[in-house]
Design a binder for this molecule. Structure first.
Ligand code: 5GP
Length: 189
């Protein structure tokens, strides 16, 4: 997606050879028009698949997952990362390492939001090692739901996540792939 590449070049900063800061577009701020374009692009790429719900992880996945769900005309479910007082002990839960926080966090999805009749499109903002994705896929498996596909805005293809998911047999679509952040510069694949 060329417009996204341009915006990344204008607005992202390379934190180090493994991490990109993209606060204005993905991780802190949201450009609604661009986000809707991303959602439409995911909907186009997964056209023809049976999709009953879009699923993502809070918080940075939510805007683009919302845009995708709106375009597809299906509900959105987001995995929570923090337990609340309202949480049911029966909820699906997976513990995953967090790439940016350097700690483990829980992914929690309420049982009544996902079941064996669902065929879900998993949408997320960035994939690095794929830990968040693998955790959410385990939850989808626990719910006996099907995975219609995986759409990620930005794949850092020098990290293993995207490759691992494709090797597991999932259809993974990414809008932009970055092959290197070495030398403080962004190289697209
Ligand atoms: P993974 O679980 O694939 O290792 O990391 C995925 C999550 O970590 C993404 O949802 C994203 O929020 C965060 N993340 C991974 N790499 C980066 C990065 O380079 N920059 C930012 N801002 N977040 C990242």
């Amino acid at each position: 997606m060329d417009i996204l590449k341009e915006r990344i070049l204008q607005e992202a900063t390379v934190v180090n050879a493994g991490v990109l800061k993209l606060d204005s577009l993905l991780n802190h701020g949201v450009d609604p028009e661009l986000t809707m374009e991303m959602g439409k692009e995911f909907a186009r790429r997964f056209q023809g698949r049976t999709i009953t719900k879009v699923i993502t992880v809070e918080s940075s996945g939510i805007p683009v997952a919302f845009a995708t769900a709106l375009t597809l005309g299906v509900p959105l479910v987001f995995a929570r990362r923090k337990k609340t007082l309202l949480q049911d002990p029966d909820d699906y839960m997976e513990r995953v390492p967090s790439f940016t926080k350097g700690i483990v966090t829980d992914l929690i999805v309420s049982r009544h939001l996902l079941d064996e009749n669902d065929s879900v499109l998993f949408i997320d903002d960035i994939i690095a090692n794929g830990d968040a994705a693998k955790g959410l896929l385990k939850i989808i498996e626990q719910a006996r739901a099907k995975v219609a596909g995986i759409g990620i805005v930005l794949e850092k293809s020098f990290q293993a996540g995207g490759k691992t998911l494709r090797e597991l047999g999932y259809e993974v679509e990414t809008l932009v792939r970055i092959s290197s952040l070495e030398g403080n510069s962004i190289t697209f694949e």
